[in-house]
Write a protein that binds this ligand. Structure first.
Ligand SMILES: C[S@@+](CC[C@H](N)C(=O)[O-])C[C@H]1O[C@@H](n2cnc3c(N)ncnc32)[C@H](O)[C@@H]1O
Length: 339
C-alpha cells in the first residue's frame, strides 16, 4: 500500500491534470506545498507510526464494484477480499478489526468490502437536506472546507464534480479518507490536511461548502470573508452552521461549553447570520433549511463509542443542551459572490 504522505502529495500531479477545468489552481501549488510542509510534514502526529502501520496492512485488493450514490458510499464486496486461508466471514471480520483501529468514525456511513461502518453521524441526511437547493455540482470545481473524512467529497464525485477538494486539519480523518479513496483512486477528489486560514485566496472555485465549521471559528465574519476569497465571481457558497431561535439582533456566545463542546463561539439566529453574510459581501442570500439535530442523526455506535448527542442534551428536556442553551439546530444558507 502507498503511504499517506505519498497519497497526499499525489494531489499535486492529480491537480495538474485538472488545470484546464480549474483555471489557475496550478499557480497556487507553491503556496500549498509550503503550507503542507509547514503544517503537515513538519508536525508529526503522535499516533502517525501506529496509523501508518495499520494503513499499510489493509488489504491490497481491487473492488469489483462501487457506488457512491443515495444508497451510501459502498466500495467492494466481501468476495473481493478472498484472503488466503480465511473464509469470507473471517476476512470481513479481520477487515472490520483493522478499520476499527481508525476509530472514532464520525462521518459516513460507509460500506467497505462487506464491512458496514456505522458512523456517529448520518452525513447522508445532511447531503439529502442541502442537495435540492444547491446548483448541481456536475462539472463544477468544489472546495469543501472542514470536510471531515471527506464523506461528502465522495457524494460530490458521484454527482460529477470536475474536482472536489476537501480541507481538514484532523489527521485521523486524512487516514479515513485515504482508506476509501485508495480503492477508487481515479475519483477527482482530494483532501489536504490544512486549515482554511492556510489557504490562498484562490478566487476560482465554482462552489465552496462550509458545513459545520463557522461556530468553531472565533471570528465568524472573517471566516465568511475567507470563504468568499476562495470563490470565483458569481460562485456559490453553501453554509451550514448551528443557529439559535431569534431575530437580526440575536447571537449566542456560550459562557463556556455548548452541548459539552469547548470550541463553540458564535451561534447566530438566522436573520443575524444573513446580516453577517451581507456584511461579508455576499448577495442572493437565502436560508433553505433549518433542522433540529435528532438523536437518530448523531448517536453513539460501535464505531464511535464516546458520548454523543443524547449525552449532550438536558436529560429532562431534549430541547435544551446540557448547559441549558437551545438544543443544536442547523441552518443551511446559500449565497453568491457578486459576479
Ligand atoms: C463538525 S465537523 C463537520 C464535518 C463535515 N463538514 C460535515 O458537515 O459533516 C467540523 C470539521 O471542521 C474541521 N475544522 C475545524 N476548524 C477548521 C478550519 N479552520 N479549517 C478547516 N477545517 C476546520 C474539523 O477538523 C472538523 O472535521
Amino acid at each position: 500500500m502507498t503511504d499517506i504522505d505519498t497519497l497526499t502529495e499525489r494531489f499535486f500531479s492529480a491537480t495538474a491534470l485538472h488545470t484546464t477545468q480549474v483555471g489557475n489552481l496550478a499557480k497556487h501549488h507553491q503556496a500549498l506545498a509550503a503550507a503542507l510542509q509547514r503544517e503537515y510534514a513538519d508536525r508529526k502526529h503522535g499516533r502517525q507510526a501506529e496509523w501508518d502501520d495499520a494503513f499499510a496492512k489493509l488489504p491490497a485488493v481491487e473492488p469489483s464494484t462501487y457506488s457512491l450514490g443515495p444508497d451510501g458510499v459502498r466500495i467492494g464486496i466481501a468476495a473481493d477480499l478472498s484472503l488466503p486461508g480465511l473464509s469470507e466471514d473471517d476476512s470481513v471480520a479481520r477487515l472490520q478489526a483493522q478499520l476499527q483501529q481508525f476509530s472514532p468514525w464520525r462521518k459516513g456511513p460507509w460500506q467497505l468490502f462487506g464491512v458496514d461502518i456505522d458512523t456517529e453521524w448520518h452525513s447522508d441526511w445532511k447531503w439529502q437536506r442541502l442537495r435540492p437547493h444547491i446548483t448541481p455540482v456536475k462539472g463544477r470545481t468544489v472546495l469543501d472546507i472542514g470536510c471531515g473524512n471527506g464523506y461528502h467529497l465522495f457524494r460530490m464525485a458521484d454527482e460529477g464534480a470536475a474536482l472536489a477538494l476537501g480541507i481538514d486539519p484532523t489527521r485521523l480523518f486524512l487516514y479515513q479518507f485515504h482508506i476509501a479513496k485508495q480503492y477508487v483512486p481515479a475519483l477527482p477528489i482530494h483532501l489536504l490536511p490544512l486549515r482554511s486560514e492556510h489557504l490562498p485566496a484562490f478566487n476560482l472555485f465554482d462552489t465552496v461548502f462550509s458545513l459545520g465549521v463557522l461556530y468553531h471559528r472565533r471570528s465568524p465574519i472573517d471566516h465568511l470573508t475567507e470563504l468568499g476569497g476562495f470563490l470565483r465571481p458569481g460562485g456559490e457558497l453553501v453554509l451550514e452552521t448551528l443557529v439559535v431561535p431569534g431575530d437580526e439582533h440575536t447571537v449566542l456566545v456560550p459562557a463556556d461549553r455548548y452541548a459539552k463542546m469547548s470550541n463553540v463561539w458564535f451561534l447566530p439566529a438566522v436573520p443575524m447570520l444573513e446580516t453577517w453574510l451581507k456584511r461579508a459581501g455576499f448577495v442572493n442570500i437565502r436560508t433553505v433549511d433549518v433542522d433540529q439535530t435528532s438523536i437518530l442523526e448523531q448517536r453513539r455506535t460501535d464505531w464511535m463509542t464516546f458520548h454523543s448527542l443524547e449525552d449532550f442534551l438536558d436529560p429532562a428536556d431534549p430541547n435544551k443542551t446540557f448547559e441549558g442553551y437551545p438544543a443544536p439546530r442547523r441552518s443551511i444558507t446559500i449565497a453568491e459572490k457578486p459576479g
